[in-house]
Design a protein around this ligand. Sequence first.
Ligand SMILES: Cc1cc2nc3c(=O)[nH]c(=O)nc-3n(C[C@H](O)[C@H](O)[C@H](O)COP(=O)(O)OP(=O)(O)OC[C@H]3O[C@@H](n4cnc5c(N)ncnc54)[C@H](O)[C@@H]3O)c2cc1C
Length: 484
Amino acid sequence: MTAQVDTTHSRIPSATPSAPPSRPVPAPRPGSRALVPAWWRDAVGVATWASALFVAALWVAGGGVQDIARGGAAALTTLGRLTGLVSADLLLIQVLLMARIPMVERVYGQDELVRRHRLVGFWSFWLMLAHIVAITIGYAAGVGLNPLVQLWELVVDYPGMLLATAGTAALVMVVVTSIRKARRKLRYESWHLLHLYAYLGVGLALPHQLWTGQEFLANPIATAYWWTLWAAAAGAIVVFRLALPIYRSLAHDLRVERIVPETADIVSVVMSGRRLDRLDPLAGQFFNWRFLAGRGWMRAHPYSLSAAPNGRTLRITVKALGDGSRELADVKPGTRVLIEGPYGRLHPGVRTQRRITLMASGIGISPMRALLEAIPADPGDLTLIYRARDARDLALRDEIDELSRENGARVVYVLGRRLPGRDTWLPESASGLSDAQALKQLVPDIAEHDLFICGAAPWMDAAAAAARECGVPDRRIHLEQFSW
Ligand SMILES: Cc1cc2nc3c(=O)[nH]c(=O)nc-3n(C[C@H](O)[C@H](O)[C@H](O)COP(=O)(O)OP(=O)(O)OC[C@H]3O[C@@H](n4cnc5c(N)ncnc54)[C@H](O)[C@@H]3O)c2cc1C
């Protein structure tokens, strides 16, 4: 069942009412590794807080509270230690958050992980600055030195401190280039390369804890804790970011089978390989891909699966936005492909409701097309809203129409130029409607639906805001950002 928004009048087609919502929600694909119990999320959250509290407890056990009570230089120095320890703990947690540990990745998904990584990163950074200031002033006050002279002595005389200074400089650079305003000025490649210096920063900044850190040296429990945390962070990076992707790439021997042009600037890449069922990807998830042709191997690009995985082939659909995506049109069949993944939580397993609305704009259709195929639904339970500027920009349209005929999904193409001067998910033709009114008109019972959204970031924000206004709770809005 398909409809097309009238682009010449401020009208949006009204929906036909669907069946009552009381029937049970169909299971997505029992047994898939990507489906995780809800309590995992709590377990990861509790583990994070527990580690910071444990570090604070070690500080208390080392006489931190008594030192505060003494006031003056002792209080400043001990506060410097506490801030340094919590900062180091958060720094390692930050590394763990981005190490693609399957349990953590499946619980949070990419967008949430990036958000948490950012939050923890900035906290760690401010605590690190507080640590440097408090320790310097505390030491200086203790021996009656000028704080600047004391800082110099700390850097040149104490073991590990020159390395720590270099590490701090690397971390400052990473943080400065991660501030949104600065980040927008950089190309993704440049920003990503600079961001890798964070590993160097962590590696250089932390050893001074081993050589000069009082808590670390005095208490065997503390020593065991910190060694375990360092080993876990380093091990997670080696195992999940290096060894596992290399193993999977070799074991599945993925090769380009064919390239299919979809629109003037969109192509699909179909790849085949050995035992792809064992990768266990779900529709809507993404991989980071490296095509071993030209310069393609140098940088991994994230692309979502645009067809439900069938165990024999994987397919992505890509819009040419820059060098990497443009080169895909010329990749030859037989080209080897390296993969990291599957990742992401935009899959049927996050579903909680019987009825589902998929909202896509532009190339955001890619994972939505796969979900349209894979989500088990009765006729009328599934609605796809596909926003594009022009009918010529609609990718995968024939497949979408065919799927909707098979599974009874409603498909609404919302076409037309962007409405100027308003943050909206609507085209110009719907200027007479608010974002929420239009959504409600299309899907009157939207408040009862799970909503999956993918597209350009501002469009997604507007669509999610409209859904919230219509009564869809945040926990039922599932997003995948295509931009960084
Ligand atoms: C989880 C996820 C899934 C995605 N799925 C698809 C998909 O199915 N189809 C599709 O066409 N595109 C998808 N993208 C976007 C795609 O990754 C980028 O368009 C592509 O990497 C651009 O690379 P480039 O060298 O061609 O362009 P560049 O010139 O390097 O950049 C063009 C634009 O893409 C963004 N970009 C570049 N590299 C990345 C990166 N590694 N991560 C995020 N954004 C980046 C930049 O911000 C820039 O605005 C997805 C992105 C993410 C994060």
